[in-house]
Write a protein that binds this ligand. Structure first.
Ligand SMILES: [Zn+2]
Length: 153
């Protein structure tokens, strides 16, 4: 009975490689989660079974300890499938949120008030203008037209 249970729960994974410290009591099985589009590892032994992101596993092995819930593993190149250790860095939850906000803020899409063309700018380059009630233009040419119009009003 016990053998059958072991076989069902543990099965062929008993022949999987051993996980590294600090998960040395587990066998490790790496797989791609198609829904999340991320690499995961399954850590399994006769009593336990854990799933975690491959990036978290690799950072834990590098640091030699299990990560806390507050710590997040960030991908330097923003490619979340690139789990090479050189591409990973450890951030606290707060740092990671700040990085995410920065990333979203970086580029803004605007509509030129002169020619109605859609264009993009780095948000910090136009923020000052917008805060002063001015509408940024797509080009110098439109900026010039805007300037002459303002002179007539
Ligand atoms: Zn324009």
């Amino acid at each position: 009975m016990n053998d059958l249970f072991d076989e069902l729960m543990f099965g062929w994974k008993s022949s999987a490689p051993d996980a590294e410290f600090p998960f040395q009591n587990f066998k490790i099985y790496k797989y791609f989660n198609h829904q999340q589009e991320r690499w995961y590892v399954e850590l399994v032994n006769r009593n336990n079974r854990h799933w975690m992101l491959l990036s978290r596993y690799r950072m834990s092995v590098k640091l030699g300890r299990i990560l806390t819930d507050d710590e997040e593993v960030d991908h330097k190149d923003d490619n979340k499938q690139n789990d090479e250790i050189e591409n990973l860095q450890l951030l606290t939850g707060i740092e990671n949120k700040q990085k995410a906000i920065k990333r979203v803020e970086e580029i803004v899409t605007l509509i030129c008030p002169i020619c109605n063309r859609t264009f993009q700018r780095k948000s910090h380059s136009v923020r000052h203008k917008i805060n002063n009630g001015k509408e940024p233009c797509c080009s110098r040419r439109c900026g010039y037209v805007q300037g002459t119009r303002n002179n007539f009003t």
